[in-house]
Design a protein around this ligand. Structure first.
Ligand SMILES: [Zn+2]
Ligand SMILES: [Zn+2]
Length: 333
């Protein structure tokens, strides 16, 4: 197995593409953004490993985001490779117009619900429009579901659905090697965005926390993330991220206590300050995910675009499951 790192100036930093080539088949896990220079980079990096893009047999996608799925269409055009992606994300990767429109309408609706001011909403829509082409050409996508297995050069990769950051986010678990390719389910640095990164996810924080528990339960030796370096203690990292979210919920409760009824936009501003670019989506999305979680648990109440505390001094820890692991795995590098 080899790792190729591709440039990505818009999102979370360099993207990892994993090349499974230890046998007759050439399989990639994820692709990069659909920029000509990144395509060229992928071509060069594959050539350095003795491969041609035209020889790719299959691409397994962890989720639909353009920094992971962008080049899938171009790879398919060149090679006829099959593109595999979870059924929840398949219509977006396939460029299904109704699904794309639905996602954009839903975004617009959420931006209003989050109390985003008009000018910032326009700025964000413009930003998202400008970067639409990073999603690349549509491809023929073969959907899979949780538990499906892929036999690759003698390895068995099992699809483990981990929704939250994206509706279809899936890790590919190789039980034999005790390793998992996790996309953006957990990252070595930062907590993957929930709430903004895929507005289609219902109960984004609740589903993400359930996915973290599933990863803790899976407990692979090693995780290969979509960005940055390998994670040597994936369960510990998942538990650390879960505790970050408990802490963030405490901060959200503090904001509501201090400021009174607030929109996700206002809570985001209090937590993260003034935001630009993709963060205009991620900041209030994250605040919304936490406020929604508080409302689901009866701790806060939503009135229009604002959330107010029902319980002024909630036991925040009780709103989250206990990860059962004390280890702290933070980024050092
Ligand atoms: Zn992502
Ligand atoms: Zn990513």
């Amino acid at each position: 197995m080899h790792r190729i790192r591709l440039d990505n100036t818009v999102f979370e930093g360099l993207n990892n593409v994993y090349v499974l080539d230890d046998g007759p088949e050439l399989v990639l896990i994820d692709a990069g953004v659909a920029l000509p220079e990144v395509h060229e980079q992928l071509t060069e990096e594959l050539a350095a490993l003795g491969h041609d893009v035209a020889d790719v047999d299959r691409v397994l996608l962890t989720h639909w985001h353009s920094d992971h799925a962008g080049l899938a269409g171009a790879i398919q055009s060149a090679s006829g490779a099959t593109i595999h992606v979870h059924e929840a994300d398949a219509p977006l990767v396939a460029g299904d117009e109704a699904s794309l429109l639905e996602e954009r309408d839903l975004q617009a609706e959420k931006f209003r619900e989050w109390g985003m001011p008009d000018d910032r909403r326009e700025e964000l829509s413009e930003f998202l429009g400008d970067h639409m082409d990073l999603g690349g050409e549509p491809c023929e996508a073969t959907p899979f579901v949780d538990g499906d297995r892929f036999e690759v050069n003698g390895r068995t990769l099992e699809a483990v659905h981990l929704p939250g950051h994206a509706a279809g986010l899936t890790a590919f678990h190789d039980a034999g090697a005790d390793e998992a390719f996790v996309g953006d389910a957990i990252l070595p640095k930062y907590t993957p965005n929930v709430g903004g990164a895929d507005v289609r996810v219902d109960d984004p924080l609740g589903s993400y926390v359930a996915s973290l528990l599933a990863l803790i339960d899976l407990d692979p030796d090693v995780a290969w993330p979509g960005h940055r370096d390998r994670i040597d203690d994936p369960a510990g990292r998942a538990a650390t991220i879960l505790r970050h979210h408990v802490e963030r919920t405490r901060n959200v409760v503090d904001v509501l206590r201090r400021e009174g009824p607030s929109t996700p936009w206002a809570v985001s501003a209090a937590l993260f300050g003034d935001l630009h670019g993709i963060h205009v989506l991620h900041g209030p999305g994250e605040a919304y995910a936490h406020l929604d979680h508080l409302a689901d648990h009866g701790v806060a109440e939503r009135d229009g675009t604002r959330y107010a505390l029902v319980d002024d001094d909630p036991d925040v820890a009780s709103l989250f499951p206990d990860p059962g692991i004390d280890r702290v795995v933070e980024w050092e590098g």
